[in-house]
Each structure stands twice: as C-alpha cells, then as structure tokens.
Design a protein around this ligand. Structure first.
Ligand SMILES: Nc1ncnc2c1ncn2[C@@H]1O[C@H](COP(=O)(O)OP(=O)(O)OP(=O)(O)O)[C@@H](O)[C@H]1O
Ligand SMILES: O=P(O)(O)OC[C@H]1O[C@H](OP(=O)(O)OP(=O)(O)O)[C@H](O)[C@@H]1O
Length: 206
C-alpha cells in the first residue's frame, strides 16, 4: 500500500500538531521525540509519519520524500521552497516583528539587524528603502541589541516575555505567523483524493 507520507516538525509544535490529528480520529500513538525514532508507519490510516527539524520540513516536501507536511509560515517565507501551501492550521500563532531596545529614541537609524531569518529581514528593510547589514544568528537573537552586536532584531514574538526580559520593544510587525499544511506539487495531483479528504476533515476542526 502506498502510504501518504506526512512530515511533521519536531519540537514545540509537535504535540499541538498531534492533538489536531487526534481530533480527526488519526491518533498517532507512540509518536514522540523521546523514542528517537524519526518515522512511524500507521497502516490503519495509510500514513507514514516523518519527524523532521522544523526548518527542513518544506525541503522534504519539495523533494517529494514527504507528500505533505506541517511547517511554520516563518520557515516558508524564509526558505521559499517550491511547495503548495494548502491551508492555515492556526497552530503556533505568533508574529514576526522588528524589535529594538526599549529606551531607544524614536527615529534612531537601524544599521545592523540580528536574526535567524535573513531573507525575511532583508526583504522587509529593502521594501522600506533601508540598506541594512543582516547578522545571522541561530537562536537567542535578543542578545544582539543587548550585547551591542546589532541595533535591532527580526524575530518571532508570541507572549512577548523574551522581549520584555531583555529590555526590547516591538518597533513594527512584519507579518502574522502560524503553521501551514503544505504539499508536494506532484503528490497533490496524484494523491489529490486522499489529500483533499484530509483537508476537509482538518477544516472542520481548525
Ligand atoms: N515562541 C513561539 N511561540 C509560538 N510559535 C513559535 C514560537 N517560536 C517559534 N514558533 C513557531 O514554531 C515553529 C517551530 O519552532 P521551534 O522553536 O520548535 O523550531 P526551531 O526554531 O527550528 O528550533 P530548533 O532550531 O531549536 O530545532 C517555528 O517555525 C514557528 O512557526
Ligand atoms: O514572545 P515569547 O513567548 O517570549 O517567544 C519568543 C521567543 O520564542 C522563540 O525562541 P525559542 O524559544 O524557539 O528559542 P531560540 O531563541 O533558541 O530560537 C523566538 O525566537 C523568541 O526568542
């Protein structure tokens, strides 16, 4: 049987994603990062579940080793993989923002921006007509302005706690972020029946 291969993001959004599938009677029991196993077959649902690093999910889907996947809009905007974005699953809702030190006087120029999202940051400032230097960091980007590495950051904000604890404030919002269901372009055509059925069920619970 040709299983529908679904790539899910490990980490913070895995449990929410599994909960969502549970709501449509797909209980992927035993899927957990703790087991260190990275793929699971569920013949009863006709599904192979793949657990990937969040930023790699669209890559697996683009190359067709996964038919569909769940990925953050941030990853999709940054990586620009050739995949279909099918629906907003409304999980892991947060915002992509520009943040600066909270005591920063208005209109202070921004020259350097620390971020894990260099493309999103670059595009945002280019649109505004500001040439900036992007400093790529892999996490804890809030340290950029605190340590004097950068004037601003472009990063995700959810509760705002990380900004607050590091004396930063939002200067502007770039876009809202949430998890999206994506599909490989060929799989979407040849497995359209099963993918459409899955989407219909998901739409009822999202
Ligand atoms: N603070 C947050 N609140 C809600 N959603 C978030 C938050 N941070 C990230 N996300 C969303 O969850 C997705 C996965 O985030 P997660 O931190 O697990 O991945 P990651 O940054 O690639 O982690 P790591 O590099 O540690 O594996 C992101 O792509 C984003 O869409
Ligand atoms: O507004 P908050 O609720 O505080 O969430 C925002 C933080 O969450 C993410 O970081 P994460 O926890 O993934 O760690 P990281 O800095 O290592 O990416 C993001 O990069 C922010 O730092």
């Amino acid at each position: 049987m040709d299983l529908l291969k679904i790539a899910l993001s490990k980490g913070r959004i895995l449990s929410e994603t599994l909960e969502l599938f549970k709501k449509i009677q797909m209980d992927f029991e035993g899927v957990s990062e703790d087991s260190r196993k990275l793929f699971f077959d569920f013949e009863e649902y006709g599904v192979r579940m793949i657990l990937a690093k969040p930023s790699d999910v669209p890559t697996y889907v683009e190359y067709g080793v996964a038919d569909i996947g769940v990925a953050g809009k941030d990853v999709l905007l940054e990586n620009k993989n050739d995949v279909f974005e099918l629906m907003d699953l409304k999980l892991a809702q947060c915002r992509m923002v520009v943040a600066v030190p909270d005591g920063r006087p208005l209109n202070t120029p921004i020259y350097r921006v620390a971020t894990s999202y260099p493309c999103i940051a670059e595009e945002h400032f280019v649109k505004q007509g500001f040439p900036i230097e992007v400093i790529k960091l892999h996490g804890s980007v809030e340290l950029g302005p605190v340590l004097g590495l950068s004037d601003a950051i472009v990063d995700i904000v959810s509760t705002g706690k990380t900004l607050e604890k590091n004396h930063l404030k939002i200067l502007e919002e770039i876009c809202p972020i949430s998890s999206r269901l994506i599909a490989n372009q060929v799989s979407f055509r040849i497995k359209s029946d099963v993918i459409m059925k899955l989407m219909e069920k998901l739409k009822e619970v999202v």
